[in-house]
Design a protein around this ligand. Sequence first.
Ligand SMILES: [Fe+2]
Length: 281
Amino acid sequence: MRLEKIVNFNRYPIHEPNSSIIKKLVKKCKQELDQFSCSTIPGFILPKSLKIMNEELEKQIHQVYMSKESINPYLNSKDEPLLNKDHPKRIFSKRDNGYLNSDLFKKDSEMKYLYEQDELLKFVSACVGISPIYRWADPLACHAYNIMKPGGVLPWHFDSCEFTLSIMLQKPEQGGIFEYCPDIRESGNEKFEEVKKVLNGNRERVRQLELEPGDLQIFKGRFALHRVTKVEGNRSRYLAIPAFVLDPWRVNTPEHSRAIYGKVLPIHHERNVKRSDGLID
Ligand SMILES: [Fe+2]
């Protein structure tokens, strides 16, 4: 079984969801996700598998799309001049960040394989306490590798998928710290005033998380504002970002896909409809 060479089954036997170890872990993750929108599982990926993922990325590093476009928290780069000048939709920050898009992954990719296993899907579903959840239909974004080179930043934003996993592949020498504000918006309520406070530097709601290589983070990225601080030193930060969603049909908007992943496919136009949760993408 290939999965047992990827996930540390000794510590985390996700193929045995009814085992007491997993039941206990799921309970802990759910509590953390309910309280902080975020939970971390240390050493989830085995070192050998981690090495394979790093090699996969480095082999295709020339195909990474680096996006340096300034974006607002809704991952949009278009201004809306009719809104007040200090509206969060009009606050744009510098972004310097890249993706190896999911459609470029080789057929036998380690990351792609892990993403497609029902054991992982069911485990995440149990941790977030929602069933069913689905793999993301977006062919570019569903299990991309994220790259932040020295000097790179990822400004405050919300994800368009509901549940984002992050697996740290390679840590930078310094910086590249994940910061997040749990539950800042909810379905039908953007809470622009709260978002504005954070964008203006208020730290009251901000939490920090330091991931080590092999750690798995489960995160409610659609509802928690988050960012990654500047990567310092000479080593790039590599992260795998497999994502799960509530709607198996929806994909990124064409504008989002263009700005972040560097291209738009027919599926992004065909499925460009208003979101059922009423939140801005
Ligand atoms: Fe994000």
